[in-house]
Design a protein around this ligand. Structure first.
Ligand SMILES: Cc1cc2nc3c(=O)[nH]c(=O)nc-3n(C[C@H](O)[C@H](O)[C@H](O)COP(=O)(O)OP(=O)(O)OC[C@H]3O[C@@H](n4cnc5c(N)ncnc54)[C@H](O)[C@@H]3O)c2cc1C
Length: 540
């Protein structure tokens, strides 16, 4: 098999890349995905993430190594292994981050990545239910809509937050992110719009696009000039080579992309040598700069029924199913959270440093059964952690799950922000109308008092909000893995486009930014092809 472009990974970014590169019809594209087709119906029903997460038929089921910042706990890190990648399993929340995130990338020397540069790609990808505007696209492939579900307890949180002094924001993806309000979703007509639904569905009949599923890429193949000429993959128990006539584009995500680079000889030289892998390029930063958002989940018991009660009765379940079947609304259209807040923990900050996710239900951990009592969850996460971890190949099984070291809560600022975030949550809970709705502080319980105790509670209970990024970071220094045109340094014909290229994690959820990265990459590839240049990092 041979294609002009071989795209590895049909996730948030990879679907956008493959669809855009095949759209003009002047190039052939092979999109290679380790997972299968997105035929599991729970993928398309929004609340289905409770069924797909931790399901090995569509989830890579990664586990982190024991983390000192979490008192030695290991976390489950779900990642989509199916057409659509993690956008097929995620919580559907549509968030772009802050203007300053992207301006920061540009100020670090990454020309073309400032807010003004990336906004057109967010708009191009988007089909916003509220219509087209200066901030939103109206006719793109990715459907973005308002909630089809409301619950009183979430409205009460939004009201209490306003009473506590935080302004209401109708559109956190608009002029400013700051404030409290309701999430926008990647959904249309009450169904999930994954990157596969958005980009592959309309493109899959194109004669110049081949979507190859259940094909696990083992490594990228290079010629004697260090030019990527194809990929080696495992399919149906057989090793095959797929040739790339122009370029290989790696979109395997923040865990898959650095792993494939290392397996191809691009990574920390000593580690590769230890693993018995020939070093093509000693690139010490591959797999480093691993950043994630860590969420502390406060649970409050309340007087009135919440969704915990609705889903625990047979009648409740039948009502929910009927509402979805008849009206495509109700709890089955629920994203991971209903209400949102972007808030500053200190007035001197230029932009919010914490994000709230408010859920009208509670559980010991997301993806597990709900509590047998009426309660709701206030999740709080630091938006721009300083802490960064790394990943390495597993010496026992280099092709299997990498060894993931997240290194959460490793700096004083991250610890202070985690505690400050919990305290803001507790302050809001003291305002009406929320105050009267709460009967008991369940997590943390009232005996947890003082900053040190709160920090220990966070270390003991916090979990991922599923946003690993940064492991093939873009930058201008020699150690940066890719340059501003996402070309891998030290080799030719190879680019990376997914969450791994983020120099710093964005201040928000990471699906929309991954799709934007895929959209932007496709333009850069086409521009360079027109100019006749090969993908060579640092080339003019
Ligand atoms: C449970 C969960 C909830 C989330 N909730 C939200 C949310 O509500 N909002 C939000 O914005 N973000 C959310 N996220 C995060 C967001 O979905 C991801 O950051 C984003 O999808 C990542 O996009 P990506 O293109 O970098 O990687 P992915 O979408 O993960 O795509 C990588 C693809 O590469 C494939 N691949 C990997 N290795 C190989 C290999 N060796 N061979 C072939 N194929 C390979 C994978 O199977 C996958 O399809 C959530 C994530 C999860 C897991």
């Amino acid at each position: 098999m041979a294609f002009d472009y071989v795209v590895i990974g049909a996730g948030s970014a990879g679907c956008a890349v493959a669809a855009r590169l095949s759209e003009a019809g002047d190039a052939t594209v092979g999109l290679i995905e380790a997972g299968g087709r997105d035929s599991n119906p729970w993928i398309h029903i929004p609340v289905g993430y409770f069924k797909t997460m931790h399901n090995p038929s569509v989830d890579w089921m990664y586990m982190t190594e024991p983390d000192p910042g979490l008192n030695g706990r290991r976390l489950q890190w779900p990642r989509g292994k199916v057409l659509g990648g993690s956008s097929a399993l995620n919580g559907l929340l549509y968030v772009r981050g802050q203007v300053e995130d992207y301006d920061g990338w540009r100020q670090a020397g990454n020309t073309g990545w400032g807010w003004d540069d990336v906004l057109p790609y967010f708009r191009r990808s988007e089909r916003q239910e509220r219509g087209e505007s200066a901030y939103h696209g109206g006719s793109g492939p990715l459907a973005v809509s308002n909630m089809r579900l409301s619950r009183r307890i979430c409205d009460e949180w939004v009201d209490a937050a306003q009473a506590a002094g935080y302004a209401y924001n109708e559109d956190y993806n608009g002029e400013t992110q700051e404030g409290v309000g309701y999430f926008q979703l990647t959904a249309a007509n009450g169904l999930r719009c994954s990157s596969a639904t958005a980009y592959l569905k309309p493109a899959r009949k194109r004669p110049n696009l081949d979507i190859i599923t259940k094909a696990h890429v083992k490594r990228i193949v290079f010629d004697e000039n260090r030019r990527a000429t194809g990929v080696e993959l495992l399919r149906n128990g057989r090793t095959e080579i797929v040739e790339a006539r122009r370029e290989v584009i790696l979109c395997a995500g923040a865990l898959g992309s650095p792993q494939i680079l290392m397996l191809s000889g691009i990574g920390p030289g000593e580690h590769l040598t230890d693993m018995g892998i020939d070093v093509l390029r000693d690139a010490p930063d591959v797999g480093t700069n691993l950043q994630d958002h860590l969420q502390a989940r406060l649970v409050y018991k309340c007087a009135r029924p919440t969704m915990n009660n609705e889903v625990r009765s047979l009648f409740g379940k039948m009502k929910i199913a009927a509402e979805f079947a008849l009206k495509r609304s109700g709890p089955m259209t629920m994203a991971a959270s209903l209400a949102v807040g972007f808030i500053k923990t200190r007035p001197e900050l230029a932009t919010p440093d914490i994000q709230f996710h408010i859920q009208p239900w509670s559980a010991d951990s997301p993806g597990e059964g709900v509590h047998p009592f009426s309660a709701f969850t206030v999740s709080v996460c630091q938006l721009r952690p300083e802490s960064a971890g790394h990943l390495l190949l597993d010496p026992e099984n280099p092709l299997g799950a990498p060894k993931i070291h997240p290194n959460y809560l490793a700096t004083p600022l991250d610890c202070a922000t985690a505690v400050a975030g919990v305290k803001v949550a507790q302050r809001i809970a003291g305002y009406e109308p929320l105050k009267s709705a709460i009967t008991e502080e369940f997590r943390p319980d009232p005996s947890v008092q003082g900053d040190e105790a709160l920090l220990q509670w966070v270390r003991d209970t916090a979990t991922t909000i599923y946003h690993p990024t940064g492991t093939c970071r873009m930058g201008q220094d020699e150690r940066a893995v890719v340059d501003e045109r996402l070309r891998v340094r030290g080799v030719q014909g190879l680019r990376v486009a997914d969450c791994s290229i983020m120099p710093r994690i964005v201040s928000g959820n990471t699906n929309a930014p991954a799709i934007m990265i895929g959209e932007k990459l496709s333009d850069m590839v086409r521009e360079d092809a027109k100019a006749g240049s090969v993908a060579l990092a640092g080339a003019a």
